[in-house]
Design a protein around this ligand. Structure first.
Ligand SMILES: [Zn+2]
Length: 228
């Protein structure tokens, strides 16, 4: 089958797909294309110009590639779940981490979203479970306690005889507020250890360029030499 080639080199809007330009984006001469561009531009970090480039690329690709692309997006919404235990995104009711008996079932690491799960998993240094909050408390963004899975976390700690909860939320005011709220909720479990990930100087950083809060925390939370 001959690959459908969408020729836009001679079109009046070719230049607007060619990268940064001083000229504002011009009217798109197809309502259908414009609608697709508008939808793509709703993605985070994607402007109208990039959206147009993506739309033209999709128009240019083969029918099978286009079907695979659209199919992957359609399945993203219909075939994924939130793990019933940790609330991470999963293809199965229980995610691979939660259903792995080799993971330490007594430790739960609390994170904001799936990206943090992936980041910590990529370190290869953690063997416990996770709990994905789905955000942090942020009244300015309209995110309250009821929007997060804090209640489910408390139930898990009670049901699973958890021994340690590691708070690995962002080092922002919202992250700290959420840490404090969760810590208070977990005070009802006397034997439970609540820890937070170490905050300090990044590897390769020069001390004289570190901000005072980070450097101060690094001194207060110092660890035995050779421990890390
Ligand atoms: Zn899970």
């Amino acid at each position: 089958m001959v690959k459908k080639q969408f020729v836009f080199n001679n079109s009046p809007w070719h230049n607007i797909s060619a990268g940064p330009s001083l000229h504002p984006i011009m009217d798109i001469p197809s309502k259908i294309l414009e609608t697709a561009v508008d939808e793509i531009a709703t993605l985070p970090g994607v402007g109208k110009r990039s959206a147009l480039r993506y739309a033209l690329h999709l128009l240019d690709c083969s029918d099978s590639d286009f079907a695979a692309f659209i199919g992957a997006l359609a399945r993203l919404k219909s075939d994924t779940h939130y793990c019933s235990r940790c609330h991470c995104i999963s293809d199965t009711p229980l995610c691979p981490v939660c259903s792995n008996p080799k993971r330490n079932q007594k430790i739960i690491c609390v994170v904001e979203n799936i990206q943090e799960v992936m980041a910590i998993e990529n370190t290869g240094r953690y063997n416990g479970l996770y709990h994905v909050l789905g955000g942090v408390i942020s009244p300015l963004d309209g995110i309250g306690i009821g929007d997060l899975t804090i209640g489910q976390l408390v139930s898990r700690v009670a049901d699973e005889q958890t021994e340690e909860v590691i708070l690995a939320l962002p080092t922002t005011m919202e992250g700290d507020t959420t840490n404090i709220y969760i810590d208070r909720q977990l005070k009802q479990f006397p034997g439970l250890k609540v820890t937070t990930i170490a905050r300090g100087i990044a590897i390769g950083d020069n001390l004289e360029y570190a901000d005072e809060i980070t450097l101060g925390r690094s001194i207060v939370n110092r660890v035995p030499f050779g421990a890390i």
